[in-house]
Design a protein around this ligand. Structure first.
Ligand SMILES: [Mg+2]
Length: 136
């Protein structure tokens, strides 16, 4: 049976709306390609303000944001999202290991951190962990 085969391939995963935020366009392109390939819907924003604007009109199941961005940094963005949607799964990406920023992320309950440069499988591991959680 065809449906049986599909169910076997993806026993628990669900399709997610993933918002990726980064001031580097190349990262947005890579994320769109990697995550989109697995059938998830990928939205991108080049800064925190655009990300917040996006969330006013669209739902998201996971937000992956860069930390170092001009204007609003990723930690401030996460703080604002937490205030509006406390249970939103959040993940951060960073090329720096700034202990203070990482501590602030931990304080916000952000457990997922992608170190740049990351591999496709690292990014998908984050997406899959969220996809396998029951829908809220
Ligand atoms: Mg950046």
């Amino acid at each position: 049976m065809e449906t049986g085969q599909i169910a076997e391939k993806m026993p628990t995963a669900r399709m997610l709306d993933v918002l990726v935020v980064d001031d580097e366009r190349s990262i947005l392109g890579v994320a769109r390609e990697i995550i989109g390939e697995y059938g998830h819907r990928v939205w991108v924003a080049g800064n925190g303000a655009d990300a917040l604007l996006h969330l006013e009109s669209e739902k998201a199941d996971l937000i992956i944001t860069d930390i170092m961005m001009p204007g609003m940094d990723g930690i401030e963005l996460c703080r604002r999202i937490r205030a509006m949607q406390p249970s939103m799964p959040l993940a951060i990406m960073t090329g720096y290991s700034n202990r203070e920023l990482l501590r602030q992320a931990e304080d916000l309950g952000i457990l997922e951190c992608l170190r740049k440069p990351f591999k496709a499988c690292d990014m998908m591991a984050v997406v899959n962990r969220v996809a396998q959680q029951p829908s809220l």
